[in-house]
Design a protein around this ligand. Structure first.
Ligand code: HMG
Length: 390
């Protein structure tokens, strides 16, 4: 590791109390389960309890990082989300408060669909580059919600991923250059007056694939690594099959004729967690990284390719190198527990949670006690969100 290394020092994720198996959704809507399990590569999706949201998940994801490393050197908190809870105040300020972080810190929220956690990571790297003693807490937290009985419904999910970005990182050193791509497309969006996203499913898949090409083309022009140097590729995963589609597309674009086995070797370990959690928007690619680090054989010194995509659309391709000793820092048991300890719900409960939301007029509301996480959204009172430890 070179002494100017900067990257991901710690990585932790949290998800929801409840889970809806795709078999339950398929039983309700008459879909052949093969479409969900094989066609899109999803087995279940996380469903937030009535007292969970992006703040409670973000704080739950970041708390173990603060417990392990302390809060003293955290000078900046960046929260990336597209499930914003306020048009002015950053959700990160509530997280800062719940975690008891020092007042001598800046906190900000970032948005560009699923991409913004990568912008947050690059911002964090720039800050650490300026002062190598600083540490930045980057948190990606989202609830993916489409209309009931729509094609997008099977690709919902929810989770938060938290990363500590520092000099001399213990997990993954992030490299220059990045390949960048932006195109103004209406593939997926959520106007301020809507609780669910609008999406043109087919258009969104082709916009994603176009962005893969564009980001890779720029990465190559910026003097990035050759395709063959990467041992794994971590893609944004709206559903896990999309990572396979994207990688096949990239290989084809590069004139490389890959077989199924080669694609699976590059992708499979990144999809284990996402197949059970579903789309977590900004957190999705970083859950893919957690899945890869936790589940793959030793990756020491190996290069990982990252393709971050956010509809609308912005994409970035960049590389990371896995640091020697990384395995002793992983949170494998906690990550697996977060998935296996969720409580399965039936279709009626899922529908009730989906339809339920805070009163549109901002009236006072008290949330039932449902979460098993460390923090809960207790109430809405006087137009203020009230969070508390559980
Ligand atoms: P759909 O029309 O319900 O499904 O929409 P389909 O008919 O396209 O089938 C899906 C796959 O299942 C197909 O495979 C079928 O052949 C297969 P493919 O041709 O794609 O390889 N299939 C079966 N396989 C086995 N057994 C069967 C069977 N039946 C069919 N019996 C769609 C699917 C993903 C479009 C829909 O769920 C959707 O609109 N989702 C939301 C949008 C989305 O996830 N887009 C992804 C790219 S955009 C993105 O990643 C950004 C995003 O995360 C947002 C952000 O940036 O903030 C979404």
């Amino acid at each position: 590791m070179t002494s100017d290394a900067i990257g991901i020092h710690d990585l932790s994720f949290a998800t929801t109390r409840f889970v809806l198996p795709h078999t339950t959704l398929a039983d309700h809507n008459g879909t052949d389960i093969g479409k969900y399990h094989t066609g899109i590569g999803q087995r279940s999706m996380s469903v937030p309890a009535a007292d969970e949201d992006i703040v409670t998940m973000a704080a739950a994801a970041a708390a173990p990082i603060v417990a392990r490393h302390g809060a003293d050197q955290i000078r900046t908190v960046v929260l990336a989300t597209e499930s914003s809870i306020d048009q002015a105040k950053s959700a990160g300020v509530y997280v800062h408060s719940l975690l008891g972080l020092p007042s001598s810190a800046r906190v900000v929220e970032m948005k560009q669909a699923c991409y913004s956690a990568t912008a947050a990571l690059q911002f964090a790297i720039g800050l650490v580059h300026r002062d190598r003693s600083h540490r930045v807490l980057v948190i990606a937290s989202d609830v993916s919600r489409y209309e009931l009985d729509s094609p997008g419904e099977a690709t919902q999910g929810a989770a938060a991923a938290a990363m500590l970005v520092s000099a001399d990182p213990a997990l993954v050193q992030i490299e220059d250059p990045s390949g960048l791509f932006t195109a103004d497309v209406m593939d997926f969006w959520r106007p301020n007056y809507r609780a669910t996203a609008l999406v043109d499913g087919k258009e969104s898949i082709s916009a994603y694939l176009q962005a893969v090409e564009g980001a890779w083309k720029d990465y190559a022009e910026q003097g990035g690594r050759a395709l063959g140097e990467f041992s794994a590729f971590c893609y944004h995963q709206p559903f896990t099959k999309m990572a396979y589609k994207a990688h096949r597309h990239l290989l084809g674009y590069c004139g490389h004729d890959a077989d199924k086995g080669e694609i699976a070797r590059a992708i499979a370990d990144t999809t284990t967690y996402n197949a059970d959690i579903g789309n977590s928007y900004t957190a999705s690619m970083y859950l893919g990284l957690a899945s890869l680090l936790d589940n793959a054989d030793d990756l020491t010194h190996q290069a990982i390719g990252f393709l971050s995509y956010g509809s609308g659309s912005v994409a970035e391709f960049f590389a990371g190198t896995v640091v020697p000793g990384y395995r002793s820092q992983l949170r494998v048991a906690a990550h697996r527990d977060a998935i296996t300890q969720r409580h399965p719900i039936d279709y009626a409960k899922y529908r009730e949670l989906h339809e339920q939301s805070f009163p549109d007029d901002g009236g006072d509301y008290s949330a039932p006690r449902e979460t098993a996480g460390p923090y809960r959204l207790a109430a809405l009172s006087g137009h203020k969100r009230i969070y508390e430890p559980r």
